[in-house]
Design a protein around this ligand. Sequence first.
Ligand SMILES: [Zn+2]
Ligand SMILES: [Zn+2]
Length: 134
Amino acid sequence: MSENTITGSCNCEFIKITIPKPESLVLCHCINCRKSGGSLTSANFPTNPKDMKVQGSELKQYQNKGTSGNSVTRNFCGNCGSPLWTAISDPNTVFVKGGLFEPHSIPAPSAHLFAKNMEDWEVVHEGASRLEEQ
Ligand SMILES: [Zn+2]
Ligand SMILES: [Zn+2]
C-alpha cells in the first residue's frame, strides 16, 4: 500500500476499499444518509471513482431517490450491511464512507451538507461551512 492511499473495509472485511489519502471530509445530514447509515450524520470522502480500488465479493446496490429527485446508488456489503459508497449523477464523484477507515486517518470536516436537518444540539465544526442543502 502506498503512503498516498488509505485502505478501509466493511465490518466483516469481505470488501476492501483503497482511495487516495483524503484532503476533505464532508458531513452529510440528508435523510437518506441518516436512514441508510442508521446514524445522524454520514462522514463522506468525495472521491473520483477512477481513483478508487474495490476488492472482494458480496457487493450490493440500492437505487435511492436523492432529496434533489435524482437517482443515487448506494453500495453496501451484502454480507454485513456496511454502507460503502454512494454514486450520484456526477460520474466523477462518489462519496466514500469515512467510517470504513482506520481511526486517526480522517481529516477534519470542511462542510456540513443538508445542515437544515441537524439536531438542535449538533454543532458545526470549526472551519467547516454550513450548507442548508447540498
Ligand atoms: Zn461486509
Ligand atoms: Zn446524504
